[in-house]
Ligand binder design. Structure first.
Ligand SMILES: Cc1cc2nc3c(=O)[nH]c(=O)nc-3n(C[C@H](O)[C@H](O)[C@H](O)COP(=O)(O)OP(=O)(O)OC[C@H]3O[C@@H](n4cnc5c(N)ncnc54)[C@H](O)[C@@H]3O)c2cc1C
Length: 448
């Protein structure tokens, strides 16, 4: 059926349609990043793959720009566009688990809370994101770093299959046996090739972890960070670790370490070592369920303005630590924070033939995350993030992390994230699945 008018679109979709003036329109156009304030002409809340094809057809007939919304978390605000059509997947959140086969099938709009709740009912996990409201699809398609990265690799490494609706309305499957090159591209190449209506993941048994947060403050944060680096560089596979650096109101540095240990020891050496670092002011590390671990980090949706920029680095030498601590106070007010994610362990097991992700050889991902509320400070905070990223750059490898990139990153940064050869292969696949670049609101791969 040809859908050209809004009334026809409303009638054709199994889901629903929101347009300016409709109740819920304003809530539905919000993104995680309050810096992004856009007004689409139509929000198509799809309920099934057929709705996605219908939405593409409507956009084509009306020459509307297209944005795709999963969990709405991408800091670039790619999930919403001015005057165009949003393919909103928030009604498609079911997650089916096959406990015998250790597999989960998530619909395209599922969040990590949806996913973890379903898989934990079977005592199973996949390595996902650390905040429950983030979209499973968006995060996976860009790589995926979280509390189980050292143990099981990047999220995309556990992606074993997908169903996609391409902009011409076709349904395409990707797996090791069918369109294997597309599966390779989906493991890091982002939402460039189609709308993923279903994603299939390998699962692993896990119910309890030793995790939580350790908070350090004051002049010995420098030493604590150095010793943290030494612990993770010994690469214990049963310990994933993320670190946040921030400054309090008096500009004293603060360090938050979020470990996740899955080994058999009740009192592992590495955690004892982290606990004994200098400047500890709060020890919230304990044995708890994986669901509790997934609640350790949270961030309010749509309340703060965000601008993120960073680099993967090959090492974290003392000079870089000093530089990061200098940058924390450079704005003369708390800037947000600097996130340091360790890539030790399982990410190194997979190679470029299996997944396009180009950063797995890096030691850490370091991101300047400017976070603020007052619009009058936009320029200062954005500049802080840019300058902080420049300070990290001398140690950088593999471009930046597409999942954290803002919309103003140049094509060269996206290319560098994959490497020249892989980028050209991605461009050829883009030419096959989305030759007109309908899906361009992303870290874009131009079709060849
Ligand atoms: C609070 C917060 C926590 C985060 N935590 C982590 C983390 O722990 N680890 C990590 O690696 N990253 C993390 N991220 C980054 C996050 O993975 C990316 O920003 C990701 O793009 C968000 O996906 P989304 O679906 O929520 O976002 P959206 O903004 O809805 O989507 C982003 C883009 O992803 C694509 N996309 C989304 N769904 C689909 C689909 N079904 N089919 C095709 N394309 C799709 C589209 O291109 C879309 O524009 C976090 C971000 C935030 C804001």
């Amino acid at each position: 059926m040809k859908t050209e008018s809004l009334t026809e679109l409303r009638r054709s979709l199994a889901g629903s349609v929101l347009a300016p003036g409709d109740t819920d329109y304003d809530a539905a156009r919000r993104s995680f990043n309050a810096l992004v304030d856009r007004r689409p002409a139509v929000i198509a809340r799809c309920a099934e793959a057929g709705d996605v094809a219908t939405a593409f057809e409507y956009a084509r007939a009306n020459e509307l720009d297209v944005a795709v919304r999963g969990g709405g978390h991408n800091p670039a605000g790619h999930c919403v566009c001015d005057g165009g059509l949003v393919i909103d997947l928030s009604l498609m959140r079911a997650v089916e688990v096959d406990g015998d086969a250790n597999l989960a099938r998530a619909n395209g709009g599922a969040t990590w809370l949806d996913f973890d709740s379903a898989t934990q009912a079977f005592g199973l996990v996949t390595p996902g994101g650390v905040v429950g409201s983030t979209g499973v699809a968006g995060l996976t398609l860009g790589g995926g770093i979280g509390h189980l990265t050292a143990q099981h690799g990047l999220t995309c490494d556990s992606l074993v299959g997908a169903e996609l609706v391409t902009p011409d309305g076709s349904v395409v499957h990707a797996s090791a046996d069918e369109n294997a090159d597309l599966l390779w591209a989906l493991r890091g190449g982002g939402g460039n090739f189609g709308v993923a209506t279903r994603l299939e993941f390998r699962l692993y048994p896990l119910e309890r972890v030793v995790g939580g947060q350790l908070v350090f403050s004051g002049s010995r944060v420098r030493e604590a960070l150095r010793r943290f680096r030494d612990v993770v560089s010994r690469s214990p596979r049963d310990l994933s670790c993320q670190v946040g650096l921030a400054a309090d109101e008096s500009l004293a540095p603060m360090l938050v370490i979020a470990p996740c240990f899955t080994g058999s020891s009740a009192d592992p050496d590495e955690l004892r070592e982290l606990r004994s670092l200098p400047g500890l002011i709060d020890d919230g590390v304990r044995s708890h369920t994986f669901m509790d671990q997934q609640r350790v980090i949270d961030s309010p949706y749509g309340e703060n303005r965000h601008y993120w920029k960073g680099h993967f680095v090959r090492e974290l030498p003392d000079e870089l630590i000093d530089e990061l601590l200098r940058r924390l106070v450079a704005l003369d007010r708390p800037p947000g924070g600097i996130l340091i994610e360790s890539l030790h362990g399982a990410p190194k097991d997979t190679d470029g033939d299996t997944a396009v992700v180009g950063f797995r050889r890096a030691a850490f991902n370091i991101s300047a995350m400017a976070i603020w509320q007052d619009a009058r400070l936009d320029e200062q905070y954005i500049q802080w993030a840019r300058d902080t990223a420049s300070a990290i750059e001398p140690w950088s490898v593999s471009g930046g992390y597409v999942n954290y990139m803002q919309a103003d990153e140049p094509l060269e940064r996206v290319r560098a994230a994959f490497g020249e050869e892989a980028f050209e292969r991605l461009r050829a696949l883009k030419g096959r699945y989305d030759p007109s670049n309908v899906l361009h609101r992303n870290q874009n791969i131009p079709p060849r």
